[in-house]
Design a protein. Structure first.
Length: 304
């Protein structure tokens, strides 16, 4: 996660304020499936369009308050930064779209699996693309995740595309986002700014062209939920961005399991999605891999 240029780099130590920020963000992300389930009758494309459009003013207000609007003007004059922001914006759109579809279509367990796999996929990417040396425990963790995917593929007769799409899109998003020389709030604003034009045109088409929009045609509940998409998208991201700067990387690494764990519990106990034999094998394999990954990370942190 990039550090906001307006704030000096924090010491490599945890702070109660940082923990509170990060915990709040992960809890909000953990409860997000309940909100998305309420929008299941609306197409994922329309939901994503509203997430983009209503996030833009919120992110803009934050930049004005922080006095960082000059960073955006600089970015808009840089073709390289615009190209990289367009790439990360495309990846986050794929991630959001897959997630929204998965929740609405009854695949919340696959979504949880995808976000459990994500940290292991990220260290795999680091090894392949950045030539980072893997420790033996990390190799074992990746192998367990791969075995879990094989189990699910064998059971279903095809790859678990929801989980893999979420893990891969977020993994590449995080990788490329690090190369964008902007703070987290500025980067998020630039991404939704680039996406807002097509998103707004699509909303206008649905409302006034095809007549299939849900912003004001289908009642107050739909209107409120769609307008709230900006809050549920922008607020956790910006809270997290500020919390991450005040915590050790190892602490953030452990806390990232909060949201997929909550998604898993909500899927099983609130949405009543069946686990099945394959998932009852795959999830423990993933959890074992995450334990090895976390142990390796904590051991490295203590050594430093």
């Amino acid at each position: 996660m990039s550090t906001d240029a307006s704030v000096p780099l924090a010491k490599n130590e945890d702070s109660p304020r940082g923990f509170a920020f990060a915990l709040t963000a992960y809890l909000l992300w953990g409860f997000l499936p309940i909100y998305m389930k309420a929008l299941a009758h609306i197409s994922p494309a329309e939901v994503i369009a509203h997430r983009i459009v209503w996030s833009l003013p919120l992110a803009g207000i934050v930049l004005i308050v922080l006095g960082r609007t000059g960073d955006i003007r600089t970015a808009l004059r840089s073709p390289r930064m615009l190209a990289m922001a367009a790439l990360t914006a495309s990846l986050i759109t794929v991630n959001w779209g897959t997630y929204v579809w998965a929740i609405g279509a009854g695949h919340s367990l696959d979504a949880a699996l995808g976000y459990f796999i994500n940290p292991l996929f990220s260290i795999f990417l680091g090894s392949v693309l950045l030539k980072e040396k893997l420790q033996s425990l990390q190799i074992a963790a990746i192998a367990l995740a791969a075995l879990a995917v094989v189990v699910l593929a064998f059971d279903s007769g095809g790859i678990p595309w929801v989980a893999l799409t979420l893990a891969i899109s977020w993994g590449f998003y995080a990788l490329f986002r690090k190369t964008l020389p902007l703070g987290p709030n500025q980067g998020f604003f630039l991404e939704v700014l680039l996406l807002s034009g097509p998103a707004l045109l699509y909303i206008l088409y649905l409302e006034f062209g095809s007549g299939q929009g849900h912003l004001y045609r289908t009642g107050f509940a739909d209107t409120a939920l769609l307008l709230g998409c900006g809050l549920i998208t922008a607020v956790p991201l910006m809270i997290y961005a500020n919390g991450a700067k005040l915590l050790k990387l190892s602490t953030i690494g452990i806390m990232q399991y909060i949201a997929p764990t909550m998604i898993f519990l909500i899927a099983v106990f609130a949405f009543h999605e069946p686990l099945g034999t394959a998932r009852m094998i795959a999830f423990p394999l993933i959890w074992a891999g995450l334990f090895l990954y976390s142990w390796s990370m904590l051991r490295t942190s203590r050594g430093r």
